[in-house]
Design a protein around this ligand. Structure first.
Ligand code: COA
Length: 255
C-alpha cells in the first residue's frame, strides 16, 4: 500500500502520510511522491486546494533517519529538495490537518501552509541541533520572523517541543480542535477555498509572499548546503547511532 496516499475530489487534492509502523518517517521514495503530487497539482486545473494529512494519529516523525544515513541527499535535484521547492513555490492554497506529533520537516513544512489545523495533543518539534543537523525548509528564515527570536531559538536551538496551543499562540497554527473535529474543520476550510475564484486566490497568495520569496529561496539553498554537509559529520553519526541504539547521544568528545 502506498506510503503517500493521494486522492482528488471536489477540487481538493488530499496528500496523506501512510507509514504508521514507522511513525510516517519520510523516505526518499516518499519525498518523490510528495514532490510529484505537488508539481502536478500546480498545473492541474482540477486541483484548487492541497490538503496534507495522515492516515494515523501521528503527522510525521520527519526524515527517515536510516534512509538519510544510507542515502544522504547530495544535490539540489534530490527528492527532498524537489519537495521543498514545490512546497515553497506552491501558488495554490495549502491546508494541513495535524493529528499528533509533527517532527522535523513535519513541522517545518507547515511554515509553508496557509492553514494549519491541529488536534489538541498535537506537538511540534524541530530537534535538528540534537541530531547535530541544522534547520531546513527555510525555517531558519521564516520562524524568527513569525515567532520572534526568543521562541524561534527555543524551538530551533534548544529543540523544545511546543504544544498545539502554544503553536497557535505563536501563529503557525490557525485553529486547535478536538481530535474528532480535525478532519471536518480542515475539510470545511478546504471546501471554502476550493469554491473561491482560483485566480484571485492565487494572486492573493502570490502578493502575500512577495516580500518573502527571495529570502526563502536563499535560505533553502543555504540551509540545504550546510544540512548535506552536516549529515557526513562525526557529530551526526553519533546522534544517528544513538537514535537507532535507543540510547542518549554523547557529544562530550566533540570540540
Ligand atoms: N526515522 C526512521 N525511523 C523512525 C523515525 C525516523 N525519523 N521515527 C520513528 N521511527 C521508527 C522507530 O525506529 C521505530 O521503529 P522500530 O519499531 O523498527 O524500532 C518505529 O518508528 C516506532 O517509533 P518509536 O520511537 O518506537 O515510536 P514512539 O511513539 O515511541 O515515538 C516519535 C514517536 C516520533 C516521538 C519518535 O519515534 C521520534 O522521536 N522519532 C525521531 C524523530 C526525529 O528525530 N526525526 C528527524 C527530524 S530531522
Amino acid at each position: 500500500m502506498s506510503e503517500i496516499r493521494t486522492a482528488c475530489a471536489d477540487g481538493i487534492l488530499r496528500i496523506d502520510f501512510n507509514r504508521p509502523e514507522k511513525k510516517n518517517a519520510i523516505t526518499a521514495a516518499m519525498y518523490q511522491s510528495l514532490a510529484d503530487a505537488l508539481e502536478s497539482a500546480a498545473t492541474d486545473r482540477s486541483v484548487r486546494v492541497v490538503l496534507f494529512g495522515s492516515t494515523s494519529a501521528i503527522f510525521t516523525a520527519g526524515n527517515d533517519l536510516g534512509d538519510f544515513r544510507s542515502n544522504p541527499p547530495r544535490s539540489g535535484d534530490t527528492p527532498v529538495f524537489r519537495f521543498l521547492r514545490a512546497l515553497s513555490l506552491a501558488e495554490k492554497p495549502l491546508v494541513a490537518a495535524v493529528p499528533g506529533p509533527a517532527v522535523g520537516i513535519g513541522t517545518t513544512m507547515l511554515l509553508h501552509c496557509d492553514f494549519v489545523i491541529a488536534a489538541h495533543g498535537a506537538r511540534f518539534h524541530m530537534p535538528f541541533v540534537d541530531l547535530a543537523l541544522v534547520p531546513e525548509a527555510a525555517s531558519s528564515y521564516l520562524l524568527p520572523r513569525l515567532a520572534g527570536w526568543q521562541a524561534a531559538a527555543e524551538m530551533l536551538m534548544l529543540g523544545t517541543p511546543v504544544s498545539a496551543e502554544r503553536a497557535h499562540a505563536i501563529g503557525f497554527v490557525h485553529k486547535v480542535v478536538d481530535p474528532d473535529a480535525l478532519e471536518p474543520t480542515a475539510m470545511e476550510i478546504a471546501h471554502k477555498l476550493a469554491a473561491k475564484p482560483p485566480e484571485a486566490l492565487r494572486l492573493t497568495k502570490r502578493l502575500m509572499k512577495d516580500g518573502l520569496r527571495e529570502g526563502v529561496a536563499a535560505a533553502l539553498a543555504g540551509e540545504g548546503k550546510v544540512f548535506a554537509e552536516r549529515l557526513g559529520t562525526p557529530e551526526a553519526k553519533e546522534a544517528f547511532d544513538a537514535f537507532f541504539e535507543k540510547r542518549k547521544p554523547d557529544f562530550s568528545k566533540f570540540g
